[in-house]
Design a protein around this ligand. Structure first.
Ligand code: NAD
Length: 552
């Protein structure tokens, strides 16, 4: 009956309200968040179980989906479910403070860790791609990356434009699940925005969720709109249907140099993500099926051309950076030798935040009631009255962010702050100020949870970019600390062979048990960022670590 009601293809929907379907809130929370990842308002392609980021899935197939639901409905607090690349494979004996679900997605032994080998296994139904929050059931729609993107653009403005992005044109490609956050983040930061996507349905989704202002198929019309807005200092956002390479070429021909240039096409996956230049979307989808090798070849060549054009615009003065999709690496493979001549966004803008243990803290109201999120917003404003940046963000988010699926919120919080916020939320549940428990999680893109040498750990001070002991220690700390579910993935963000990363999600259900788990997990999780960056030699991380008396 549950499957009929909440998981009937294609209308996945998490239950709302405070009635339990599972045996405890720990498993109910996992169940609701699993289904929420596949809600059509949240996921990019729920029919294929794809949540975001190319082919990032929540479950391996329909059969696995139904089995996960069935186990979660029956699981008690002395057992935990094991999920292997989206398939439930067993239940182990644990205890009430242990994670209820332990997930490993897309992991391969290093010498086999490439797309080719992964695709063979995927074809045979043996694996799925978990991306970061798709396979770990804590994707919250485009808002999930919104504040990080906003922080990045603001930081770029501070560094290059005296803190003012008005009268500045920001150009990018890709308006999918994550990339779709760019227009709203850019306009919140004051810029004029032009985003290019080959797939009109993706831009339409951003219009529907109020992430982007206008859409057009005409280059001329888009340019007229954005140049007028830039002139007037208006923070307008425009989505143009087309190939990003072609649009960059036109900009160069027309002598238009963006002030800021980046990209979030799904370049991490040359087969099931990036669309090669010179083909319609339909032709590309057909070629993907008919001749995957030729597709990949064309895709990698197109990425080389794309990056060549970005480099030309960089030479003309555009502040250019890679936005975490591994575009530079595939461009290099396609023959663009100096593809790494522009930096990645982490060393350029985000690392100082990581050194304070800051990262994408997010939470979801399991009641389904937006008022519960507004209650948490208010509680955070009262808890951090000195943090103007946070308060401005919470106010803007309330006004401008449309919820997708279960109501949720994100804000970057650091060492000490996450634990404080978690305990406050647990208290809101305990005292009935919110209508049902709250789930707290984060992206795998965090300060101490990921090894990704072309992204989060690019250009580490001590050269330890590729050391992946850190995300494993993160996973172990969060498992031992008592997160409600934990995950370890390979290939998120940048594709197979290029990253390993861990996730955690923790329940605030108003119990003393939750207080204890929150005190451990929301201390350990940002602490890993401090340990990681202090060990690599960053002074800021050492200073924060000393303040908390946590360095050994
Ligand atoms: P997505 O698959 O949902 O969207 C990608 C979009 O790129 C699609 O809409 C597609 O139509 C478009 N596209 C592909 N080729 C194109 C081309 N040649 N010209 C124009 N548009 C093209 O992916 P997503 O979830 O938005 O993620 C985007 C990328 O960012 C991925 O590589 C992902 O791994 C990476 N990522 C970045 C961050 C970050 O914080 N920066 C976080 C997560 C993921």
């Amino acid at each position: 009956d549950f499957i009929k009601e909440f998981a009937a293809h294609p209308h996945y929907k998490a239950p709302r309200g405070n009635k339990l379907h599972a045996k405890s809130w720990q498993t109910e929370a996992a169940l609701r968040m699993f289904l929420n990842n596949l809600d059509a308002e949240v996921a990019e392609n729920p029919d294929e179980l794809v949540v975001y980021g190319g082919i990032g899935q929540a479950a391996r197939n329909r059969e696995s989906l139904e089995k996960i639901i069935q186990v979660l409905l029956e699981l008690d607090e002395n057992h935990s479910l094991l999920v292997q690349s989206g398939k439930p494979v067993g239940v182990v004996r644990t205890h009430p403070q242990a994670p209820r679900v332990m997930i490993a997605n897309s992991n391969l032994v290093p010498a086999w860790a490439d797309w080719k080998h992964f695709e063979e296994l995927r074809e045979r139904g043996l694996m799925m791609y978990g991306q970061m929050t798709a396979g770990s059931w804590i994707y919250i729609g485009t808002q999930g990356i919104l504040q990080g993107t906003y922080e990045t653009f603001v930081s770029c403005g501070n560094k290059h434009f005296d803190g003012d992005l008005r009268h500045k044109l920001l150009v990018t490609g890709g308006l999918g699940g994550m990339g779709g956050a760019q227009p709203l983040a850019a306009t919140l930061a004051g810029a004029t925005f032009l985003g290019v996507d080959i797939d009109p349905t993706r831009i339409q989704k951003r219009i529907d969720t109020r992430y982007i202002d206008k859409m057009t198929y005409s280059y001329e019309e888009a340019i007229q709109w954005v140049m007028e807005a830039k002139e007037k200092g208006e923070n307008l956002s425009v989505g143009l249907v087309g190939d990003i390479g072609d649009v960059l070429e036109r900009l160069i021909q027309d002598g238009i140099t963006p002030d800021v240039l980046t990209d979030q096409t799904s370049a991490h996956d040359p087969l099931n993500g990036y669309v090669p230049n010179g083909m319609s979307l339909e032709e590309a989808l057909q070629l993907r099926k008919d001749n995957p090798e030729l597709y990949k070849e064309k895709s990698i060549k197109s990425m080389a051309r794309h990056v060549e054009l970005m480099l030309k615009l960089q030479e003309k003065g555009a502040v250019t950076f890679d936005y975490g999709n591994n575009l530079r690496e595939f461009a290099r493979q396609g023959g663009c030798e100096n593809a790494f001549n522009f930096p990645g966004f982490t060393p350029a803008y985000i690392r100082p935040l990581f050194c304070e243990g800051k990262g994408p803290f997010r939470w979801v109201a399991l009641s389904g009631d937006p008022e519960d999120i507004y209650t948490t917003d208010q509680a955070l404003k009262e808890a951090f009255p000195e943090n103007d940046h946070l308060i401005k963000w919470l106010d803007e988010a309330r006004e401008k962010v449309a919820f997708q699926g279960l109501p949720s919120r994100i804000c970057w919080l650091g060492m000490g702050e996450r634990e404080k916020a978690g305990l406050i939320f647990n208290d809101l549940v305990r005292t009935g100020k919110v209508k049902a428990p709250i789930i707290i999680g984060r992206d795998h893109l965090d300060c101490g949870s990921v090894a990704s040498p072309n992204r989060e750990t690019e250009s580490m001070l001590d050269g330890s970019d590729a050391v992946s002991d850190w995300p494993l220690l993160n996973l172990m700390s969060n498992t031992a600390g008592g997160a409600t579910w934990v995950s370890f993935h390979h290939g998120g963000g940048v594709g197979m062979g290029y990253s390993q990363h861990a996730g955690q999600v923790i329940l605030a259900d108003g119990t003393d048990r939750a207080d204890e788990c929150i005190r451990r997990v929301l201390y350990n999780d940002p602490a890993m960022g401090i340990f990681r960056h202090a060990d690599a030699g960053y002074d800021k991380a050492k200073e924060v670590g000393d303040n908390f008396g946590m360095l050994i």
